[in-house]
Design a protein around this ligand. Structure first.
Ligand code: ADP
Length: 405
């Protein structure tokens, strides 16, 4: 049993190979700067003796077709996979499934057509995801391919949370609504949390906080998402590395009128020049925490704005859920920054949130709890694993289609 997970971006290809029914990760790779003179490919894997090994290649990789070839050669050299034909299935990360996909699906011509139709909603991501699907199908035409959508987990959100207060026809005609992203991560950590707490997920209210360069929160009731902070695009919600998250939309009209900024400049301003980077010039939370500890004024602003926004979302999702059993921190910042976790939980004791400073300061890679003993609400740090989740959903779809494997 071998499942390959592909995450095809506009100039990159991430891949991970899972073996056996237990889905053990055996090799993972990253091909970057596809289309550049400086492309690079790196594969890390565990050999027969259990040693960590690396294979590296630096030569121009002109397109995704060549990238998949390079991936195949590297996997063969590592001894992990002789041919793509050996695969049980290929799972693809697809960013936008719109309202068409509430579940992962086996890819066929209709699915490809539907993903193409959604390109206007994700003009940067869906075309890149489609290239990965097309090239993988060329190389391994008989291997089942499955699309796993970032938006699918959030399709359970009710209308009062996904509708914007805009003229209704904009939803009906233009599909303007909240979709939410990072769905595979939110779904994965919520399930892990339920397992850790040894409680059926159906009985839990969970807030999941995926805090990386992109950041989003989700409110999950009985295993179903009822609200999430990213919106029609990943720009809405929490403060992020370079994205503003929530702002007064009138700021855009003001900037257009007063400073003459055009649509593309406003897009770049909000998506690439705002967030942590906009406030303090850096989007690396580790460095920001270090600078803030040395009393750097702008680093302190950035950290404080980030954590205050986070706290507001925690509070609002506690209200939306009618109380919460567990809050999960994940993503590069959520898993590693004790400072951020501490700051966003500060002063929330009356709401049942009591963080244990000692447990919070411990660094470890496993799932762990950081609340004080007897605290009403469990606070968990859970390393996310989006590739594992995609592999697991891929396997599920293939098993459902073929009967038990
Ligand atoms: P991406 O969304 O690109 O996958 P990650 O989930 O890898 O991002 O998260 C990247 C963020 O995690 C960066 O801001 C980085 O500084 C932060 N981070 C990683 N380790 C630490 C740490 N020890 N302390 C604070 N922030 C950290």
């Amino acid at each position: 049993m071998k499942i390959l997970v592909l995450n095809s971006g506009s100039s990159s290809l991430k891949f991970k190979l899972f073996m056996q029914k237990k889905l053990l990760a055996s090799a993972s790779g990253l091909i970057e700067q596809i289309g550049d003179e400086e492309s690079s490919a790196l594969l890390t894997f565990i050999d027969d003796l259990g040693n960590n090994k690396k294979l590296q290649l630096n030569s121009p990789i002109p397109d995704h077709r060549k990238a998949i070839k390079v991936m195949t050669v590297m996997l063969r050299e590592s001894g992990m996979l002789t041919d793509l034909k050996e695969l049980t299935g290929i799972g693809h990360r697809v960013v936008h499934g719109g309202e068409s996909f509430q579940q992962p699906v086996r890819i066929d011509e209709n699915v490809i057509a539907a993903i193409k139709k959604l390109i206007p909603l994700a003009p940067l991501h869906n075309p890149a995801n489609l290239i990965g699907i097309e090239v993988a199908a060329e190389h391994a035409p008989r291997i089942p391919q499955v699309a796993v959508f970032d938006t699918a987990f959030h399709q359970s959100i009710p209308a009062h949370a996904y509708l914007y207060a805009l003229p209704y026809y904009l939803y009906k005609k233009k599909k303007i609504r909240r979709y939410g992203f990072h769905g595979t991560s939110h779904a994965y950590v919520a399930r892990q949390a339920a397992q850790y707490l040894d409680t059926p997920i159906e009985e839990l209210n969970i807030i999941t906080l995926h805090l990386g360069n992109g950041a989003s929160a989700a409110a999950i009731q009985g295993g179903r998402c009822i609200d999430t902070s990213m919106g029609m695009t990943p720009l809405e919600g929490l403060v992020m590395g370079t994205r503003s998250g929530d702002i007064d939309p009138a700021i855009l009209f003001y900037l257009a009128r007063e400073s003459g900024l055009g649509i593309d400049e406003l897009d770049t301003l909000l998506n690439k020049k705002s967030g942590l980077k906009g406030i303090c010039g850096d989007n690396d939370m580790r460095r920001i925490c270090e600078s803030a500890a040395q009393e750097n004024r702008h680093a302190k602003f950035a950290l404080n704005v980030f954590c205050y926004r986070l706290k507001k979302y925690i509070g609002s999702y506690m209200a939306a859920l009618g109380g919460v059993d567990c809050i999960v921190f994940t993503g590069g910042i959520g898993e590693n920054s004790g400072t951020v976790r501490w700051k966003c939980c500060l002063g929330m004791e009356r709401l049942g949130i009591s963080l244990d400073s000692r447990k919070n300061s411990l660094q470890q890679n496993d799932i762990r709890e950081i609340q004080k003993k007897g605290s009403q609400i469990s606070l968990l740090v859970i390393p996310t694993d989006e590739e594992y989740e995609i592999a697991s959903q891929t396997l599920q779809v293939i098993s459902d289609n073929n009967g038990a494997l």
